[in-house]
Design a protein around this ligand. Structure first.
Ligand code: SIN
Ligand code: FE2
Length: 212
C-alpha cells in the first residue's frame, strides 16, 4: 500500500504490461461525455454485425483518423464512416491528451493514437472475450476509459482458455494494456441495470488505439 493510497489514481497491476488506473479520467469525465455527444451527432452509434452474422449488443462509433468497423466482410479500420462516406469526426485534443497521459502513467511514453472507438452499453449488453488485433502497430498500448455505469471487465491471457481476472470498472477508471499483454484476451460481462447521475442507464467506453 502506498502512503497516498487514498489519492487517485490507484494503480492496480493486472499482469506485466497491464494496469488499471482507478479514477484517472474522473476530472475529465463530463468533458468526455460532451465529446461523445458531439461525435455521435456526426457519426451515430450503430450496432455492427460480426463477420459471422451476429449483431453486437454494444453500439459503436469512432473518432480519429481511423475507425473500427465490422460487417460480413470482416473486421477492419476505415478512414471514412461507412454509413455516411464522410471521414470520422476528429479526435479532440482533450481526448488525445488524456490517452497520452494515461499511457505515460502506465509506462508507455509517446503514445500517438489515431483511432478512438466509442462503445455504448445498455443493461444486458456485453462484449465477449476477444483480442484487439486489427491494429498493425503492436508496440503501442491500448488505452481504455470507462464512463457511467460500472461494468465487470475480464482480463485473461494469451489464449482464450487462459484464466481471467475480473475487475469492476467505474466512472473515470482507465485500463492500459500493452507490451507482453498487448494481445491478451479481454471482454465485458453483461451490464447490470442501474442509474448513473451523468449517463443514466448507460456505460460508455473509449478505447484509444494506434492502428498503423
Ligand atoms: C474493448 O475491448 O474494446 C472495450 C472494453 C470495454 O468496454 O471496457
Ligand atoms: Fe477490445
Amino acid at each position: 500500500m502506498s502512503l497516498f493510497a487514498d489519492e487517485p489514481p490507484w494503480h492496480f497491476d493486472l499482469t506485466p504490461g497491464a494496469v488499471v488506473l482507478h479514477r484517472f479520467a474522473r476530472r475529465e469525465a463530463l468533458a468526455l461525455l460532451e465529446t461523445i455527444t458531439s461525435v455521435a451527432s456526426q457519426a451515430p452509434f450503430r450496432h455492427l454485425v460480426t463477420p459471422g452474422g451476429q449483431t453486437m449488443s454494444v453500439a459503436m462509433t469512432n473518432c480519429g483518423k481511423k475507425g473500427w468497423h465490422s460487417d460480413g466482410h470482416g473486421y477492419r479500420y476505415t478512414s471514412q464512416d461507412p454509413l455516411s462516406g464522410k471521414p470520422w469526426p476528429d479526435m479532440p485534443g482533450n481526448l488525445l491528451l488524456l490517452a497520452r497521459l494515461a499511457a505515460q502513467e502506465a509506462g508507455y511514453s509517446d503514445f500517438h493514437p489515431d483511432a478512438c472507438l466509442i462503445n455504448r452499453y445498455v443493461p444486458g449488453a456485453r462484449l465477449s472475450l476477444h483480442q484487439d488485433k486489427d491494429e498493425q502497430d503492436r508496440a503501442a498500448p491500448i488505452v481504455s476509459v470507462s464512463l457511467g455505469l460500472p461494468a465487470v471487465f475480464q482480463f485473461g491471457g494469451a489464449t482464450r482458455q487462459s484464466a481471467v481476472q475480473r475487475v469492476l470498472l467505474e466512472h473515470g477508471d482507465v485500463v492500459v494494456w500493452g507490451g507482453p499483454s498487448r494481445l491478451f484476451y479481454h471482454g465485458v460481462l453483461a451490464l447490470k441495470e442501474g442509474f448513473h447521475p451523468d449517463t443514466g442507464a448507460i456505460r460508455y467506453n473509449l478505447t484509444f488505439r494506434k492502428t498503423c
